[in-house]
Design a binder for this molecule. Structure first.
Ligand SMILES: Cc1cc2nc3c(=O)[nH]c(=O)nc-3n(C[C@H](O)[C@H](O)[C@H](O)COP(=O)(O)OP(=O)(O)OC[C@H]3O[C@@H](n4cnc5c(N)ncnc54)[C@H](O)[C@@H]3O)c2cc1C
Length: 454
């Protein structure tokens, strides 16, 4: 069997579309019954195309891994390296000073700021990022912004499937200087593409990364529409990260609008299914990813989930700078006061992603062990499969999350097929309660341990 089958059938396909781009005619990208994009190999697929796809797929063992790419593209002599955070010139937490702009962005607006500056300084002709889509059946897609105003319109995090085959085709056929924006696995795959394709390498000048916990299938947006009281098939727009003036940054809203003009604002914390730890509708591939800080990107930006920053309702970003030109953009911004930044240590940057870090290190070790025990194919990771040394309760939590990911996808698929979403909560009630119970027991055990240690 070709390794690409192992990746797709094994649940490691993130649906990025790199395989469909290099293996046109042999591999298609489809939306599957779980509302996620997946590569599909055609019966008459040519081996040559499958090999080309394998060389760029972010979950294949063929191309360079994150460390190898990062060592090749960054100047390690002049910066620092910290495990998980990766290579960096500088680390910050902060936001854009313009309050008007800050209200329109996800966290501190550093992605929008950097991308706008790249255009203003004539360093690129277009930004390739995720924008609202006019196509039927999808709310968001990769597109191009050629002015800072367009970049601002494309702001906000989209926890939604997206793919790159069309925009890569465009770049290949249209001369220009581009900045590509993506979550870690997408940046890795475009770096791999550039390693194979001189034209793309010549045209993509900057790689701008988002820190990532995991990607969601379209079912997540569907569920939010359903929670808002709308028919998921009639959803027009969704803002996954609405800022409330009177709440902390980590207590955000989700705004949904349907085709009839009805709008609803949900409080994420009060909306079942939004707890990121539950991993509802997560791509399975995300459970086998070890890159949180987009380690191959020239700049990576995430939420500053740190106690000194979350109480600011307008939001702050954690920022990892790896590229000299981007460092000068940031330096100029700090000097002129357009950026309000504090320097961070690598430990602090890591702390901002505490949950993601545990899930993608110890948790990943356990998941790899489980797959290997079943003699299933696993991609090579920078984390080893581990059996011993993980406290039993932690192991149970990691394994329960696999169950919740699988179950939420299957139950939503059933509801969609039956045209009856009301059974979702009933069927997910006990699984969700089981997870809460595990967390509670974990908390009690941790407090008891702390008391004993005192
Ligand atoms: C799927 C996903 C998971 C994430 N998980 C975490 C996490 O666990 N921890 C954390 O700290 N941060 C996470 N983030 C990043 C976080 O939500 C913010 O995007 C980040 O803080 C940048 O904020 P900003 O204000 O600078 O971005 P903005 O100024 O709002 O700009 C966001 C930019 O990213 C682009 N974009 C949006 N969605 C996507 C996408 N899916 N793929 C590629 N480009 C996109 C937009 O087009 C826009 O240009 C995640 C983001 C995504 C999309």
């Amino acid at each position: 069997m070709h390794d690409l089958n192992e990746i797709i059938d094994g649940g490691y396909c993130i649906g990025c579309g790199a395989c469909a781009f290099v293996g046109k005619g042999s591999i298609d990208l489809i939306e599957d019954e779980y509302r996620q994009y997946q590569g599909r190999i055609q019966p008459e697929a040519k081996d040559m195309d499958l090999d080309a796809a394998l060389a760029v797929c972010p979950f294949s063992n063929e191309g360079p891994n994150e460390d190898e790419i990062s060592q090749r593209v960054f100047d390690y002599e002049s910066g620092s390296y910290a495990e998980v955070v990766g290579y960096h010139k500088a680390l910050y937490a902060g936001h854009v000073s313009d309050t008007g702009l800050r209200k329109k962005v996800t966290s501190g607006g550093i992605l929008t700021y950097t991308l706008s500056e790249l255009l203003k300084r004539d360093l690129v002709d277009a930004v390739v990022h995720v924008k609202k889509s006019d196509k039927s059946g999808t709310l968001f897609e990769y597109g191009f912004s050629r002015t800072p105003e367009e970049v601002v319109q494309g702001a906000k995090s989209r926890y939604y499937p997206i793919e790159i085959s069309e925009v890569m085709d465009f770049i290949k056929n249209n001369e220009g200087r581009y900045a590509f924006v993506g979550i870690p696995c997408f940046i890795k795959t475009v770096r791999r593409l550039c390693g194979q394709d001189e034209i793309l390498a010549e045209r993509i000048h900057f790689f701008v990364g988002l820190v990532c916990g995991h990607l969601k299938s379209k079912a997540y947006a569907d569920l939010m529409a359903w929670r808002a009281g709308f028919n998921p098939d009639e959803m027009k727009a969704i803002d996954f990260r609405h800022k409330f003036e009177d709440r902390n940054a980590d207590d955000y809203g989700i705004c949904v609008e349907d085709l009839h003009g009805n709008k609803k604002e949900l409080v994420a914390r009060e909306t079942p299914g939004t707890n990121w730890g539950l991993g509802f509708f997560k791509y399975e591939a995300c459970d086998y990813c070890d890159d949180i800080f987009a380690e191959t990107a020239d700049i990576a930006v995430g939420d500053a989930w740190l106690k000194d920053y979350t109480n600011d309702s307008l939001g702050n970003s954690v920022v990892v700078v790896r590229n000299e030109t981007i460092q000068s953009i940031i330096d100029d911004g700090m000097k002129s006061g357009t950026l309000a930044f504090d320097e961070l240590t690598a430990e602090e940057a890591l702390m901002s992603q505490g949950g993601g870090f545990r899930h993608r290190r110890t948790g990943l070790g356990d998941r790899l062990y489980l797959k290997q025990k079943r003699t299933a194919w696993v991609p090579k990771k920078r984390v080893d499969a581990v059996d011993s040394g993980i406290p039993l309760l932690r192991k149970l939590i990691y394994r329960y999350r696999i169950y919740l990911r699988e179950r939420s996808a299957v139950v939503w698929k059933d509801c969609r097929r039956a045209g009856n979403y009301s059974t979702f909560d009933r069927r997910m009630k006990w699984p969700t309660r089981g997870y809460s119970l595990l967390l509670k027991v974990g908390g009690i055990v941790r407090r008891l341990k702390q008391r004993v240690e005192k």
